[in-house]
Design a protein around this ligand. Structure first.
Ligand SMILES: [Zn+2]
Length: 373
């Protein structure tokens, strides 16, 4: 009996916290697909309908993010991916079926979004490599209020997208999943707020062991094979770095200890907010060599719930922007979905700008100050 009283009391309390005292919901307009969102407390459907979202990559997380965004009713989404659908994608990439194997991911994603999920959103898609067609990424980003970065190219690519967001003052949202783990990042893109680079370093992407370099005499070939660096700019960079170091035929240890650190410095300078919009291609950035999806696996639970948590983080940020103090917002959360690892848990890290070490934030601040003058 006492249990029953407690259950009722809890229920009453939770209802009171979502419905304002004595307030009736607005009259329902027949056929309004967003009616149940409009009546939610602290939820502004009009704000959602003003959003233009760029979804970079429509794989495991990206396809569920795209679906959530059109169901939410954002104004426009732009989908970009260079991949074709593989059988191994189908266990978790919900916009594709067996019949779609071998076809363009973005094309099929747009088709199925329109057929099944779309309520009012304009949908555009681009079958492109984001690294080699960077100028297209920049052009699309200029029309957007937020970028969802779901491309697994590596830390330097994330660094570049973060810098682009900072240069345009638009939000950077990213998430990654592996096995049962979900990690979510959201950075506002505003010059006084922290960014991805305040908390992350690209150092590991530029490090190679001397053993990796032992059989390589041609640096161009080494960079193409080991770092996946390509494009015209790479040769230019290479010569410049070698000249500066006074090296003709660098040894493997010179490549690792002298060449790569200077190469990194130059690459990061090209990726500052003041330069990030100018590149046709960013083929000079290294791709991280080991990606763990095949090693640790992935499944529908982590991809769909991860995508929903990522979109939720962005929605909460949008709503909070109007209602609450921004400094209380957490930029970083981690979840583990395994109940056997001690239950679900979340970790949030607060918004702290690292101006001393973050080249992106200090450069964005300089640009903002120049603009004000
Ligand atoms: Zn920063």
């Amino acid at each position: 009996m006492s249990d029953e009283v407690e259950v009722n009391a809890t229920r009453k309390h939770s209802l009171n916290s979502v419905i304002s005292d004595g307030e009736q919901p607005p009259v329902e307009i027949h056929g309004d697909v967003f009616d149940r969102q409009r009546v939610m407390k602290n939820f502004d459907q009009t704000l959602i309908e003003q959003q233009h979202a760029f979804v970079l990559g429509v794989g495991g997380i990206g396809s569920s993010i795209a679906m959530s965004l059109v169901r939410l009713g954002v104004d426009t989404i732009y989908l970009l991916d260079r991949d074709i659908i593989d059988a191994s994608n189908l266990n978790r990439q919900i916009l594709f079926s067996r019949l779609d194997v071998g076809q363009s991911k973005v094309e099929v994603a747009a088709k199925h979004l329109k057929e099944m999920h779309n309520l009012r959103t304009n949908i555009y898609y681009y079958h492109l490599d984001a690294v080699l067609n960077w100028s297209s990424v920049v052009d699309i980003a200029k029309k957007c209020t937020v970028i969802f970065n779901n491309i697994d190219y590596g830390a330097v690519f994330d660094h570049a997208v973060n810098s682009l967001c900072k240069s345009l003052s638009i939000s950077y949202v990213a998430g990654s999943t592996y096995a049962n783990n979900i990690e979510i990042n959201l950075f506002s893109g505003l010059s006084n707020d922290s960014c991805w680079a305040c908390h992350n370093s690209t150092n590991d992407s530029f490090k190679f062991s001397v053993k990796d370099l032992e059989n390589t005499n041609d640096i161009q070939l080494f960079l193409r094979d080991m770092c996946f660096i390509s494009g015209e700019q790479s040769q230019l960079f290479i010569n410049e770095v070698l000249n500066e170091l006074n090296l003709n035929q660098p040894s493997p240890s010179q490549l690792s200890t002298l060449f790569m650190p200077l190469y990194q410095k130059k690459v990061l300078r090209f990726l500052l907010p003041e330069s990030i919009q100018k590149h046709q291609s960013i083929g000079f950035i290294p791709k991280d060599r080991t990606f763990p999806t095949r090693t640790v696996g992935s499944w529908i639970g982590v991809c769909v719930s991860g995508a929903c948590l990522i979109v939720n983080t962005w929605v909460q940020y949008l709503m909070k922007k109007m209602n609450l103090n921004e400094s209380t917002f957490h930029n970083w959360s981690q979840f583990n979905l395994s109940m056997f690892d001690g239950g679900y848990y979340t970790v949030g890290f607060p918004n702290e700008q690292n101006l001393r070490d973050c080249s992106i934030c200090s450069n964005a601040k300089q640009i903002a100050e120049k603009t004000i003058k």
